[in-house]
Write a protein that binds this ligand. Structure first.
Ligand SMILES: *[C@@H]1O[C@H](CO)[C@@H](O)[C@H](O)[C@H]1NC(C)=O
Ligand SMILES: *[C@@H]1O[C@H](CO)[C@@H](O)[C@H](O)[C@H]1NC(C)=O
Ligand SMILES: *[C@@H]1O[C@H](CO)[C@@H](O)[C@H](O)[C@H]1NC(C)=O
Ligand SMILES: *[C@@H]1O[C@H](CO)[C@@H](O)[C@H](O)[C@H]1NC(C)=O
Ligand SMILES: *[C@@H]1O[C@H](CO)[C@@H](O)[C@H](O)[C@H]1NC(C)=O
Ligand SMILES: *[C@@H]1O[C@H](CO)[C@@H](O)[C@H](O)[C@H]1NC(C)=O
Ligand SMILES: *[C@@H]1O[C@H](CO)[C@@H](O)[C@H](O)[C@H]1NC(C)=O
Ligand SMILES: *[C@@H]1O[C@H](CO)[C@@H](O)[C@H](O)[C@H]1NC(C)=O
Ligand SMILES: *[C@@H]1O[C@H](CO)[C@@H](O)[C@H](O)[C@H]1NC(C)=O
Ligand SMILES: *[C@@H]1O[C@H](CO)[C@@H](O)[C@H](O)[C@H]1NC(C)=O
Ligand SMILES: *[C@@H]1O[C@H](CO)[C@@H](O)[C@H](O)[C@H]1NC(C)=O
Ligand SMILES: *[C@@H]1O[C@H](CO)[C@@H](O)[C@H](O)[C@H]1NC(C)=O
Length: 588
């Protein structure tokens, strides 16, 4: 009887909990001034003195909205790119990159299917405008999420391309077999020309793979073009000063040095045919994100993320970040462990994705290291001895994050600050909720009010910025509100709309379900769908005046409404076409 009672209570609690979940998912952030955004919350668990200042770059997906997100190290949202990062789909590999000599934001944007995507690489300037895309060339599939690596004046991207392949050795004899070829392209960003292209099937035998057809969720059956067998699974590409490449591939559990001359494999490290003897108990598998830290004729120093699992096979109890040393002078050549950054005990193994960022790559031996744990949406920072000095996570609930990074960046958005104001009645105090998505230079807010469209704005106060959205209550009723974002040096940077935001004042029949800060969140609808909508006045407001939002900066000279040329070169072609058709019509 007692247990039945407990069970009933549990069921009831579950129903109540899932109902509440439907209303407000507390793994997501919400803001009164930006009701369109639902960014995942980043919960900071450990933050010790040695943590490196900077912003955290992530692109969590399988969330309500899938896009790029920047947080500061205390978990405060800085920018959420929903709606402005591209054409829908997912974002991956979001980070600061150097393009045309200055800091930009780089990411992949595309449609994801299983562990793959088809899309394009996008470059944004620090005013959060898309300035450039990189797409695949040579008639292949659109590029994939696994790499977008700008080094000097070229961009490396990868392509997963289905190709016909004789798989009779795997009993695919009824007809043509299909293989998922792993390709990378290196594109000159100045000219758009392809500098180099490499394809796995020409250089790596299918027998190097550990994953048989249909053996994992991303293995593929090999039976058709929509399910090609993915024997290699490229997931990172780096490049050295000689123009050679370092490739990591998950399904062969190996790193490859690839000649930038002819694409041949210079050496294999790990996997079935390693050219190196693995010392120090090294035995990684299904790894990601291999980067050269230094390199000469005798030695390579490389960092990478060892998943140690693909969800089916496992080579260690935990995933880890590694710095390894390849010694070419030893006979046979050896690979040894210089530093490991194991996952904290309670972070489950990362069966996919993940990355490792050496925060001072030029001084890796004394550098802190930032790790994104991939399918487990945690980030950690470690000191040079491997100790965890920082730890944060987004609530899993099925969410994942391919790569995470830490960078400094200064962002000054083209768009203006957002404001919502509220007063319980026309004699009450007015609450201002203000934010500016992506702006990094705001120290405080100047708060303005006025009571009619022709009145001058009255400066009420200047209040420190706190959190993504700052809340401030102004004494007395302000029918219209405006706020000005103010920089550290006291300069006003940008105003919210100069038409003013009209305060929301609940009517007398709503006011009982409202407080001085706002009204209740409605958790169900009492509207009779057949009911006629009663006549009501429109909301009166003021007209907006034109205002220049041209940033005074080194990289931007365009005004807010000017179209951005996404692909330099296309406009000139377009204008030639238009011009020639005008010419043709003139002749006819
Ligand atoms: C951090 O997470 C660990 C593991 O879940 C937990 O034991 C610890 O209490 C957390 N610390 C804080 C400050 O939340
Ligand atoms: C690169 O930067 C220069 C100024 O340094 C600017 O004139 C040029 O338009 C930029 N090019 C692109 C493609 O952004
Ligand atoms: C192919 O089929 C033969 C005969 O049924 C079987 O012995 C062999 O194991 C199969 N090979 C593979 C790779 O499945
Ligand atoms: C890219 O193109 C520019 C302009 O032609 C050239 O100066 C530069 O050397 C090229 N870079 C590479 C890596 O090919
Ligand atoms: C692939 O494996 C699944 C089970 O894991 C099985 O249901 C399916 O039939 C297999 N497909 C092929 C084409 O063998
Ligand atoms: C990039 O440029 C730097 C500085 O010129 C040079 O040292 C480095 O080798 C270049 N890297 C590549 C991959 O070209
Ligand atoms: C490495 O791990 C695999 C499991 O993935 C295991 O079968 C193998 O014996 C290990 N090798 C060594 C040298 O420990
Ligand atoms: C950010 O800048 C600070 C101050 O210059 C520096 O200490 C820190 O290492 C930088 N962070 C990153 C991630 O580069
Ligand atoms: C004040 O700071 C803003 C934003 O950082 C900057 O654009 C502006 O040039 C600075 N003004 C002065 C006078 O230093
Ligand atoms: C914001 O508006 C106020 C009031 O009109 C004005 O004094 C101020 O210069 C504006 N600030 C900016 C950055 O345009
Ligand atoms: C306040 O909302 C509740 C439902 O949550 C409703 O029953 C009640 O009638 C509302 N109060 C007024 C004064 O409308
Ligand atoms: C931007 O630059 C122009 C021309 O140099 C100057 O007139 C204007 O005052 C500047 N605006 C701001 C907000 O600094």
């Amino acid at each position: 009887m007692w247990s039945l009672f407990v069970a009933l209570r549990l069921v009831l609690a579950f129903i109540v909990a899932s109902y509440a979940q439907d209303q407000v998912d507390d793994s997501l952030l919400t803001f009164k001034s930006r009701p369109d955004l639902y960014p995942p919350k980043l919960s900071v668990n450990i933050s010790e003195n040695g943590v490196t200042p900077g912003y955290i770059f992530m692109a969590p997906y399988q969330s309500l909205q899938n896009t790029a997100a920047i947080y500061d190290i205390d978990g405060t949202l800085v920018w959420y790119g929903y709606g402005v990062t591209g054409t829908g789909g997912n974002i991956h590999d979001f980070r600061v990159c150097s393009y045309n000599g200055t800091d930009h934001l780089c990411f992949f944007n595309g449609e994801q299917y299983s562990g793959y995507s088809r899309g394009q690489a996008v470059i944004m300037d620090t005013h959060l405008r898309q300035v450039r895309t990189v797409t695949s060339q040579n008639g292949l599939s659109a590029i994939d999420q696994h790499e977008f690596n700008i080094i000097n004046d070229t961009a490396i991207t990868v392509i997963y391309h289905p190709e016909r392949y004789d798989l009779s050795a795997f009993n695919v004899t009824a007809g043509e077999g299909w293989i998922q070829n792993s390709i990378f392209q290196d594109t000159n960003l100045t000219t758009g020309e392809l500098v180099f292209e490499w394809s796995a099937v020409e250089h790596v035998a299918i027998s190097e793979g550990y994953v048989s057809p249909n053996q994992s969720e991303v293995a593929g059956t090999g039976f058709d073009a929509r399910s090609p067998w993915d024997y290699f699974h490229i997931n990172s590409v780096d490049k050295n000063g000689d123009g050679d490449y370092l490739v990591s591939a998950r399904h062969v559990s190996a790193l490859y040095k690839i000649s930038g001359e002819d694409g041949h494999v210079i050496w294999r490290c790990g996997g079935k045919f390693s050219d190196f003897e693995l010392l120090d108990g090294l035995n990684w598998s299904y790894q990601h994100d291999a980067r050269w830290l230094s390199q000469n004729a005798s030695t390579d120093i490389i960092s990478f993320f060892d998943n140690a699992s693909n969800g089916f096979n496992q080579s260690a109890s935990h995933s880890a970040g590694y710095i390894i040393k390849l010694d070419h002078t030893a006979d046979p050549p050896t690979v040894s462990l210089l530093q490991s950054y194991p996952a904290p005990e309670d972070i489950p193994i990362s069966a996919s994705q993940g990355n490792i960022q050496i925060l001072k790559p030029g001084n890796w031996a004394n550098s802190n290291t930032f790790i994104g744990w991939g399918s487990q949406p945690y980030v950690t920072e470690h000191d040079s001895r491997g100790n965890v000095v920082y730890r944060a996570n987004i609530a899993a609930n099925g969410k994942m994050n391919y790569r995470a990074f830490k960078f400094n960046i200064t962002l000054s958005p083209m768009d203006s600050p957002a404001l919502y104001t509220y007063a319980l009645d026309a004699n009450a105090n007015t609450v201002y909720y203000m934010s500016w998505n992506g702006a990094t230079e705001v120290r405080s807010w100047r708060v303005y009010g006025r009571s009619g469209c022709t009145d001058q704005w009255r400066l009420i106060n200047e209040v420190p910025k706190s959190d993504f959205e700052t809340t401030y209550t102004v004494l007395g009723y302000q029918e219209f509100g405006m706020v000005e974002a103010v920089a550290e040096n006291g300069t006003g940077i940008r105003n919210s709309t100069n038409r003013g935001i009209k305060a929301f004042v609940p009517s007398s029949s709503l006011t009982n379900n409202c407080t001085v800060n706002g009204c209740n969140v409605v958790s169900g609808y009492g509207i009779n769908t057949g009911q006629e909508v009663v006549a009501a006045e429109t909301r009166s407001g003021c007209a907006a005046l034109p205002v220049s939002t041209t940033p005074n900066s080194t990289t931007g000279s365009q005004t807010a409404n000017k179209a951005i040329d996404l692909q330099p070169g296309i406009w000139s072609t377009a204008s030639i076409v238009v011009f020639s058709s005008l010419l043709v019509s003139a002749i006819l």
